[in-house]
Design a protein around this ligand. Structure first.
Ligand SMILES: NC(=O)c1ccc[n+]([C@@H]2O[C@H](COP(=O)([O-])OP(=O)(O)OC[C@H]3O[C@@H](n4cnc5c(N)ncnc54)[C@H](OP(=O)(O)O)[C@@H]3O)[C@@H](O)[C@H]2O)c1
Length: 233
């Protein structure tokens, strides 16, 4: 579909994949709303919506100012290395809140604002939502949940006779600040990982998001798995 004049909410638009996607959308003539905490990092032209997604009440408040949407891209998320065997449950909860619960609330809040026959929801999952990396701890469970939420929502919409399209995008390693947190205390591993491959860039992921958005309305892309051609596993 043409993106000119479309109203598109991008969560996590202040950095990495969300920022690159916002830039593309603006170039296509879309009106972009950028939801994040650090709104000073948004690209010029993106309408700021300051919100901490860890706070469910703040999400409700943020949505009271949004009257209409054509697309929501649930991209905000973060990764801590927090192992199942000895990680801190507070870290699991923090990731669950933003990566899964906030994303699900945003889907629910967006639905009545989207056109019934032409709306699009895109949820950013991960290759860690398809297979569990041996040293990824609780991050992968949150990304498996994103895919499950995406599939559950699609089934509910079809059962209700609605045509809103729902997709996930599942990248492997992307060179963004997220990796600094994920590899905190394992900086040598991050260096080795970066040396072992030409990582995806945020623009590579934005390309796939644009592909989903620009397909004709009768085509529903359900998930895109993508990784560096050098990435093993
Ligand atoms: N980088 C990778 O290797 C990789 C691979 C697969 C999937 N992903 C997924 O891609 C998505 C984007 O990540 P990225 O790599 O682009 O990371 P990034 O550069 O660190 O960007 C993360 C974005 O999420 C927002 N965010 C985080 N916590 C938030 C909160 N509590 N409230 C509101 N916004 C919040 C941040 O905004 P503020 O800090 O301004 O709030 C920021 O804009 C995430 O869902 C991530 O899991 C990343």
């Amino acid at each position: 579909m043409s993106l000119t004049g479309k109203i598109i909410l991008v969560t996590g638009a202040s950095s990495g994949i969300g920022r690159a996607t916002s830039k593309r959308l603006l170039k296509k003539g879309a009106k972009v709303l950028g939801l994040c905490r650090n709104t000073s990092e948004l690209i010029n032209g993106v309408k700021p919506i300051q919100c901490d997604l860890a706070d469910a009440d703040a999400i409700n408040t943020a949505f009271t100012d949004i009257l209409k949407l054509d697309v929501i891209i649930n991209n905000a998320g973060f990764a801590l290395l927090s192992r199942i065997s000895d990680g801190n449950p507070a870290d699991w909860e923090a990731m669950w809140r933003v990566n899964v619960q906030a994303l699900t609330i945003c889907c629910q809040k967006a639905l009545p604002l989207l056109p019934e026959n032409a709306g699009q929801i895109i949820n950013i999952s991960s290759m860690s939502g398809h297979r569990v990396p041996p040293s990824g701890g609780f991050y992968a469970p949150t990304k498996f949940a994103v895919r499950a939420v995406t599939d559950a929502l699609r089934s509910e919409l079809r059962a209700d006779g609605k045509k809103t399209r729902v997709a996930s995008v599942s990248p492997g390693f992307v060179d963004t600040p997220l990796l600094n947190n994920y590899f905190k205390g394992r900086e040598n591993d991050l260096e080795k990982t970066k040396a072992s491959m030409q990582m995806l860039t945020p623009d590579d992921v934005a390309d796939s998001i644009m592909h989903i958005l620009e397909t004709p309305l009768h085509v529903e892309i359900t998930d895109i798995q993508m990784r560096s051609a050098d990435q093993i596993g």
